[in-house]
Design a protein around this ligand. Structure first.
Ligand SMILES: [Zn+2]
Length: 309
């Protein structure tokens, strides 16, 4: 006894840090907004990150008929390179065959926005750590968020001391009988509030590494589309016998993170604002002044409404 006086205590922080850094299969905790249960959130931005969101433009449902495959980043949108998937989507759309057109619709680009947020009314996990959530709004809803950020009256809404919270609520909207959509409404906090859980900023999802943009060459894209090459294993998808003979190492090389792909809002939430058209993406790069004006108008109306409440 007594020989362990200098025995330092176990660094549990390191343990969880390594877990979040190296652990595979880590679950991503997502923000869900259920009807009748509005949530008040704070958008979180890393202290050294000059932006607070990431955008992914992806094709789903490829190869055709394989619903359960990870989404594939669009080479045209992400790198200005030829995208075979886009070409095929066009071909399917223009085939004149309604079934092909339906497939084309399934595979066309879906825009996803990724943000770190915290529910200010439920900010902790059971173990006391900050409960950071991944928010995956539709592009349309995100436009409203962006409008607030653009308004100089609000300043930096992610600032830990002078930022503001957002309230998100959802409702079911039915249109023409059987079809229903979930509609999301966004309100901004009337005044700046402090981020009550500042340590949340040490627990953000690294959006770049958690949702990497993995691009493939044009030739690889054609093989992925045909189902003759599986990007997850880096080996031929068919025939199975050949795949099993292939050296093991090649299949152990980690490729696209398929642990927790985010769903496109268009299918998961049946979001009313499910359109993810090309020109929407272009908004990221070039600002359309008429759209800005429309957004501004809406913002003014919202502010007005907030004041009269
Ligand atoms: Zn594409």
């Amino acid at each position: 006894m007594g020989n362990f006086d200098n025995f330092v205590s176990l660094d549990l922080g390191k343990l969880s840090e390594d877990d979040s850094r190296f652990g595979r299969g880590k679950r991503v905790n997502r923000l869900k907004v259920q009807v009748g249960q509005p949530r008040v959130i704070r958008i979180l931005r890393g202290p050294t990150d000059s932006t607070f969101y990431r955008v992914r433009s992806q094709h789903w449902g490829i190869p055709v008929g394989h619903g359960n495959t990870p989404p594939l980043a669009c080479a045209r949108k992400h790198a200005d390179e030829p995208c075979y998937f886009c070409e095929m989507v066009n071909e399917y759309f223009n085939s004149g065959d309604p079934r092909q057109a339906a497939l084309g619709r399934k595979m066309k680009i879906a825009v996803s926005v990724l943000l770190n947020v915290i529910d200010v009314k439920d900010p902790h996990n059971e173990d006391g750590t900050p409960k950071v959530l991944l928010w995956n709004p539709s592009w349309k809803l995100f436009q409203e968020v962006r409008a607030y950020f653009r308004d100089p009256d609000y300043g930096d809404l992610t600032h830990p001391e002078t930022g503001r919270n957002f309230k998100i609520s959802s409702s079911q909207v039915s249109s023409q009988g059987e079809r229903t959509w979930t509609r999301y409404d966004l309100q901004v906090g009337a005044k700046p509030t402090e981020l009550e859980v500042p340590e949340a900023l040490d627990h953000l999802y690294d959006l770049d590494s958690t949702f990497p943009v993995k691009l493939y060459s044009y030739e690889q894209q054609t093989m992925i589309f045909d189902g003759t090459w599986d990007p997850r294993t880096g080996s031929a998808a068919l025939p199975a016998s050949a795949a099993s003979v292939a050296p093991k190492l090649t299949s152990e090389v980690p490729v696209a993170s398929d642990d927790d792909e985010f769903e496109p809002s268009s299918t998961e939430d049946s979001d009313e604002f499910e359109t993810a058209d090309d020109d929407e993406w272009d908004d990221v790069l070039a600002d359309d002044s008429s759209k800005q004006a429309a957004m501004k108008k809406k913002l003014q109306a919202l502010k007005q409404a907030a004041r009269t409440k």
